[in-house]
Design a binder for this molecule. Sequence first.
Ligand SMILES: Nc1ncnc2c1ncn2[C@@H]1O[C@H](COP(=O)(O)OP(=O)(O)OP(=O)(O)O)[C@@H](O)[C@H]1O
Length: 253
Amino acid sequence: MTTPSLSTRDLTIRFGGHVAVNQVSADFYPGTLTVIVGPNGAGKTTYFNLVSGQLPASSGSVHLDGVDITRYGAAKRTTMGIGRAFQLTNLFPNLSVIENVRLAVQSRARIGMNMFSVWFSHTELISRAEHYLERVALADRRETRVAALSHGDKRKLEVAILLALEPEVMMFDEPTAGMSVDEVPVVLDLIHQVKAERSKTVLLVEHKMDVVRSLADRIIVLHNGTLVADGNPVEVMASPIVQEAYLGAPEHA
Ligand SMILES: Nc1ncnc2c1ncn2[C@@H]1O[C@H](COP(=O)(O)OP(=O)(O)OP(=O)(O)O)[C@@H](O)[C@H]1O
């Protein structure tokens, strides 16, 4: 198997006496989409926060391409290649939709800059930003101030920004939560496209089992902060812990 792009080793965080993520070790590989599931309060979002750097680990470590990034903050991890959507904190509410994506394209161009590359012209930045807006079906909103967007459009914009940043690791946190029925397919299609390219390491937190089934190459189950199952979707979905966690919870089916 290839080298993991992302690894966590015994990753742990305590809030007072409560261990929200408990010694989670996992390796994530390029071209694989891993869905993290588990009951409410299992520690899924907290694990994401530890990987993306929003929260500091109490113990254990996070590695990106073999580099220990445990002590790096979220901004540094983003520049190193960990991209996360659906926090709705990446957006500049007073700028237009196109400006938000243009800034992401510009920041990516800066990160990728080396002695052989050139600065993009403003026109080129805008044309790249337009490309990402078209991919998320937001081209008709390009001049809208972000604060005026619907929740679903904000989430689509976050996907455009994530794509524009071209991170090696892409993290999606309940990508369709709060979206209207007609908005859901756009975002799911995009995740399918990213998966089909098979170059990115994709992590997804998801409750909806139909989404899990359609996207997962691998499923990790967290329960009380502990990794209790990890493997191919068919086996993991059939395991007693998943059956127990999800059967009888029709709102998540
Ligand atoms: N900043 C915090 N301070 C104290 N406790 C926290 C904090 N963040 C999370 N927790 C606790 O950690 C546990 C895991 O929460 P987390 O949000 O990661 O679960 P989750 O699996 O994402 O749940 P859900 O599916 O409901 O989003 C919960 O008991 C939660 O109350």
